[in-house]
Design a protein around this ligand. Structure first.
Ligand SMILES: Nc1nc2c(ncn2[C@@H]2O[C@H](COP(=O)(O)OP(=O)(O)OP(=O)(O)O)[C@@H](O)[C@H]2O)c(=O)[nH]1
Ligand SMILES: [Mg+2]
Length: 404
């Protein structure tokens, strides 16, 4: 009897175990179709484990037709709107360059009219004794006019004041204006040569040089804007390979006006970047190629050698039409020393005097022209994108003697 009960108990347990197995077996069979359904439907690709889930998700989207039907227009517009926004920077329309110095005159006067005012006050004294003439001389020297130009000017002023006899303020102002203008050189050719002197199917090539921090990259960017405003197409060459940020800085300027920047690897050969820029500019049929250079190099001793090489390599494709030396007006005599060194290596054809808004030493215009025998062609009057002006002697001298 006991064995019968035992057999029955064992039979019940076995039955229970069997039914459990069947259920779990069903579950096991049910599970795989859930996991593999999507890949099987959507792709013939082997369902390798990690990809299955991803593909299932991505391919599931098109099947949600109800949602699609609900928002057909919104879905169609959505990808089109955000896509171009981050890629296409807004292209600016810069202000034209003509008459800029007159527009920026207030800024020039603020920084420079202490020279004019100082001179007029001194010249208005009833008795122009030796002490007064010395003060006039000091005023000119302080403004960086330079020794020889100062002596010349004082001599001429002495002579003319003597002839004039009594002096009204207006007469003095006119006289001073005339003499300062003579000193600045109203007849020098201040055109920035951006048109090629080589074969006609070649862009004009402008090389921008100077020591670090003077404003080369900023000036190159501002000049690109001036040219674009005049309807010229511009390619920029980032031949400052000293640090990647330098090329980025130039490229940002270019992007704002839709000008392409040719650049090379950080620490790469500046001459080959400059060469490429001119080559690509030629191929693209650009009007002007502006090449920004480094104010310092990895090999310190080689700055001047490197610069000479940049120019020579570019010249393999044709002449460089303009070499602009960028000088920081606030550095005074130091700037003149730099100018001399650069002039020995590359033929400077024009000077850009930057930061004239931040110094009263506008006399540097006179001394640097005398030093190099090269005219000041552009002046920087601020950090704004259009704060670069063609240098106009009349407007400059007016700002000195009239002020605001
Ligand atoms: N106030 C004023 N600041 C200027 C002017 N021109 C340039 N700057 C500023 O001078 C600083 C240096 O200018 P950059 O153009 O970077 O000088 P850089 O010669 O290219 O310098 P490196 O690449 O380091 O050799 C920047 O902060 C400019 O905004 C100007 O005319 N007026
Ligand atoms: Mg720079």
């Amino acid at each position: 009897m006991e064995t019968v009960i035992l057999v029955v108990v064992i039979a019940v347990i076995l039955l229970g175990a069997l039914s459990g197995l069947v259920v779990s077996g069903r579950r096991k069979r049910a599970a795989p179709p859930k996991e593999t359904a999507a890949p099987v439907e959507t792709t013939e690709a082997p369902p390798t484990e990690p990809r299955v889930g991803e593909e299932a998700e991505t391919t599931e989207a098109p099947r949600r037709t109800i949602e699609e039907v609900g928002l057909p227009e919104a879905e169609a517009e959505a990808p089109a709107v955000p896509a171009p926004a981050p890629v296409e920077p807004e292209i600016e329309t810069p202000a034209p360059a003509a008459g800029r110095l007159v527009r920026l005159r207030a800024r020039l006067s603020r920084s420079q009219n202490s020279l004019g005012k100082g001179l007029l006050t001194l010249l208005s004294r009833e008795h122009l004794d030796e002490d007064t003439w010395e003060e006039i001389e000091d005023t000119l020297l302080t403004a960086d006019v330079g020794v020889s130009a100062t002596q010349e000017l004082v001599e001429r002023l002495r002579e003319r004041v003597r002839v004039l006899g009594t002096r009204t303020p207006d007469e003095l102002r006119a006289l001073l204006r005339e003499e300062l203008l003579t000193l600045v050189g109203p007849d020098l050719d201040r055109t920035v040569h951006t048109e090629t002197q080589g074969p006609v199917d070649r862009p004009g090539v402008v090389l921008v040089v100077g020591v670090n921090g003077t404003g080369k990259t900023t000036t190159t960017g501002k000049l690109a804007r001036v040219l674009v405003a005049d309807g010229r197409s511009v390619v920029l060459g980032a031949a400052d390979t000293f640090r990647a940020a330098a090329a980025d800085q130039l490229q940002t300027w270019g992007e704002r006006v839709g000008a392409r920047t040719v650049r090379g690897p950080e620490g790469g050969d500046p001459a080959s970047v400059a060469f490429d820029a001119v080559k690509q500019g030629t191929e693209a049929g650009a009007d002007v190629v502006l090449v920004d250079t480094a104010g310092r190099l990895h090999t310190k001793t080689g700055l001047m050698d490197e610069l000479g090489k940049v120019k020579r390599v570019v010249e393999k494709q044709g002449p460089v039409d303009e070499v602009l030396l960028v000088l920081d007006a606030t550095t005074g005599q130091n700037g003149l020393v730099q100018a001399r060194v650069f002039a020995e290596v590359v033929d400077i054809t024009g000077i850009v005097l930057t930061k004239l808004d931040g110094t009263a030493k506008g006399g540097i215009v006179v001394s640097v022209q005398r030093e190099l025998g090269v005219p000041v062609k552009l002046v920087g009057l601020g950090e704004g994108p259009d704060d670069l002006a063609p240098f106009e002697p009349e407007a400059f001298v007016d700002a000195l003697v009239e002020g605001e």
